[in-house]
Design a protein around this ligand. Sequence first.
Ligand code: ZN
Ligand code: ZN
Ligand code: FE
Length: 766
Amino acid sequence: MLTAVPVQRRRLRVRGTVQGVGFRPFVYRHALALGLSGHVYNDNQGVLVEVEGPAPAVAELCRVVAQAPPPLSRVDAVESTELPPTGRDVGFVIRASAEEGAAAVPVSVDTGTCAECLADIRDPTNRRYRYPFTNCTNCGPRYTIVRSVPYDRPATTMAAFTMCADCQREYDDPADRRFHAQPNACPACGPRLLLWTSAGERLAEGDEALRRATRLLAEGSVVAVKGIGGFHLATDATNEAAVAELRRRKARDEKPFAVMVPDVAAARELCLLDAATEAALVSPRRPIVLAPRRPEAVLATGVAPGLPELGLLLPYSPLHHLLLEGVDRPLVMTSGNRSDEPIAHDDSDAFERLGPLVDALLTHDRAIHIRCDDTVLRRTPARLQLVRRSRGYAPEPLPLLTKARRHVLAVGAELKNTVAVAKDTMVVASHHLGDLEHPATSSAFFQAIHHLCHLYGVTPEVVAHDLHPEYLSTKWALDADLPTLGVQHHHAHVASCLAEHEFAGPVLGVAFDGLGLGLDGTLWGGEFLVADLSRFERVGHLRAVPLPGGAAAIRQPWRMAVAWASQALGADDAALVGADLDDRWPAVLGLVHSGGPHAPLTTSAGRLFDAASALLGVRRTVSYEGQAAIELEALARTIALEEAPDYGPLEVDRSEGQAVLDPGALVARVVEERRRGTAAPVVAAGFHRALGEATADLAASLAEEHGLATVALSGGVFQNARLTQVVEDGLRRRGFAVLVHSAVPPNDGGISIGQAAVAAVGDYEG
Ligand code: ZN
Ligand code: ZN
Ligand code: FE
């Protein structure tokens, strides 16, 4: 007999995202297959494995753990220690966790269908053939179905379904892919589909519902489809009439629709994709990715009117896969809501709000506990940037650079609201909640606060909030009967950028956004701050101009055009400009000159972009926030950076102590070029270049004056890829390190993360 193979025993300490992702059964299966004995368990540092057996088999297990771990896990480190063999193990076992309740990551994110489950639903001999709720340890809903912790079936919306004997056997078998897969289900025991008319009449159920919904979509109907985190409105994205009808029903809304394609090959036909973009699309997180559209892409014009980018996503539930395969065309999959309302996620709400918009509703009887919109990533020339961080990302913790001094709850801003909690060395942001102005959003806001605190065991010792007294989030914080910390809006933006880069600062922070309340009671939005996580000083800003009509100016960029024209050109020229824009210009000019409460001062960079967009005839009114600037950027990007005209440096006024950057001459130049008949894309490119270079110049000199080597760019305006590129290039050329957002949204969706970082790490007295 050959006895030359030595026996070895090793302990593997595995660190990273290794809990709640099927790691223990994964180790178990491989150990069994390799004939190893020993055990595996979770503890508060990750996963601990001890194995014993022939040395090559032990080595192979080490290799698999380090190099081919389960798809949802992320192994940061494997420390391997050799131990003396004991010979006492009986087989390989999964041990109960050392501290099951204290896991750092109590719930994983919702995850797209894995390849093995996909094979199951495509195999006519499989009992899950065409079953839309198929999932396993490696895939399926998580966060959206969890009511409580510890994450176990009774704590999820799957509690209503009792597993059949076959499902139970899989669930109990450590060697099975569905071992302890909490949403495990099959056609015999799990959720089922239901198809309804918009009047609430049941048309079909089960596979028949799926087949009829597929047929309706193929014929050009609009169908509300209940997914993982809420309802989508679906229709054939290649059908002009169907898309136009959907737009008509979602009245007033010009937001681009996301398009779901069956696979990456189909995505390539519509957009120009590089390897990183493709990797993001196929990742189990399954975000929407905004990518440059191919000129020859065949889609209905109403999908993303006038925009050079398309939002693409791949199917992420078995239901999506089955629908896409059945219809065999790209589908519009847009959030199930009307303009600005939260996405519908429960059935009665869907009937009430979506009924009038659709021809049929495809629902199911598994409840969605947490409404969770699709995440949106944007492919810019420099990076993939999160624009909306939600399904597939929330509630995954982000690391804090140092240990939190206290348990923190941060309640965010008003628009694109998220909330966040911080404790130990992590900050956890909620899914995207939406605009708190909307009543349905406010209930989601309360739910998210309680849910996050409960899931992560956070007992807030301080509530961080915005300074704006009218935000619902601020009101809630001040009512909460807990110590509070007001964090200025733009400080929170810069802090969110510091938190993302795990950088303590100080930095020179440039915060360009729509509007946020400043310390002096005016509306800030074009700010240069010296900031760290404890404090900030405003050292510069854009010149302040009136915001004529307050909120009305946000919806009507032409008002900002009149305000800026008046500042840059004087009243007579502003009248000429105004007459070109809107009949109501005299009233607006009156407001601008009144200096009264209906024309508060603002230094907003976002509103400056609005003004330029209106002056160039791109957008006089908008149907969603940021539309004017998005379309202006799109025009500018048709001109290569090197081809953009040079509209010269901008003036900086330092007479009042702070550096005031004055874009007045640039606004005047835009008006002049427009009169001269220069093509709008050229002027748009010149505007981006001049503002970007002036911003970089001022940021660089302010940073130098304060002895800072790093500049952080934050705020919704830095979703503008062209502006970011000009500013970033300008700063890097001068040798500065530049922090730009990628994993945290630059817009107000990131505010709660910045607030949480300030409250958790900052050394304020409290
Ligand atoms: Zn699976
Ligand atoms: Zn079953
Ligand atoms: Fe903001």
